[in-house]
Design a protein around this ligand. Sequence first.
Ligand code: ADP
Ligand code: MG
Length: 372
Amino acid sequence: MESAGLAKKPQAEGRAASHSLSIRNLSKYYGALAAVDDVSIEVERGKFLTLLGPSGSGKTTILMSIAGFVQPSAGEILLDDRPITNLPPDKRNFGMVFQGYALFPHMSVEDNIWFPLRVRGVSRAEAAKSVTASLELVQMAHLAKRLPTQLSGGQQQRVALARALVFQPDLLLLDEPLSALDKKLRADLQWELKSLHARLGTTFIYVTHDQEEALSMSDDIIILRDGKIEQMGAPGELYERPVTRFVADFLGKSNFIRGQSTGADGNSFRVAVQDIALQQAGRVAANEAVLIALRPEKISVSRTRPSLPNAIEGRIAAFNYYGSSYHLQVETGGLGDLIVTVPAWKCEIDPAIGNSIWLGWEPDASVVVRDN
Ligand code: ADP
Ligand code: MG
């Protein structure tokens, strides 16, 4: 399906349809609480940027500041280098989609979508083509005459999306738009949103607390914690190279091993954990305390001692079967309990409680993180 009807917005002619956004030293205080604390973000045009963080980390406050519904206590917001910090929301031409669908219940689907054009003085006849194009974009054209109450949650969210896109917004802001939907539907809509983003080329700023959603959809992710940026980067970069314990724990799962560096060994260094010697990629001076984050899927499992630099024997204390994988909880003694994920189709050990198995990993399977 093409977005031909949408592309014909007269005021957009001769201009790139996509915009960049700069947030500079943004803070928002509520009394003594810094909901947003000196946050700076550069979003290149056409990117899909996700703000990821636990509840209360300041995601919505940042998004609402971009939209103009929250007045920042300090800082500046610029669209294509033009300050918009003091521009009222209705002058910003940004599309918004929230968790609750927020459709007008007494209006049909097509009237809901016409609405943002209507407030811009576009008649129903003039709007018809754009409304249809927008409905087709979200595969809802066949339900144009329905009322919101006659739609499923996923369909309502599609309509909300069409309504946010019909006036060709300069930015699309999405605040946990899928979190009210069940898992399967959420996954379907993740694919659709991503493909919509690719087709439209509009800059998307997406808020979620769901790490899988962030990893699967975004060009870049910003991880927020207590109103501050903890780390930002491409999904793979954040997953493979978390800088702090918080990131390693929030994005995916990690085992944490605390030890003491005993000095360099080639491209790695040795880490003493009680009487166990591990090899870890990177460099840390001797006698420093280190915290290592080790992903459960990067640990290999075998019946006999593996020929890997890091190996330890353990006992299966618990396991969960997920169809595609087993999650094992393995008591190792010296390294505490480790969580290990094993693809079920190539699980070479018998995953029964009490069984002894060997765990192993390469020095570059794990990363050193800051403890915080
Ligand atoms: P998130 O979207 O990440 O869950 P929010 O941006 O909604 O977080 O909130 C960040 C912090 O600011 C929270 O501690 C929240 O309670 C507080 N907060 C948000 N809005 C207000 C408000 N209008 N008045 C007082 N505190 C607020
Ligand atoms: Mg929120």
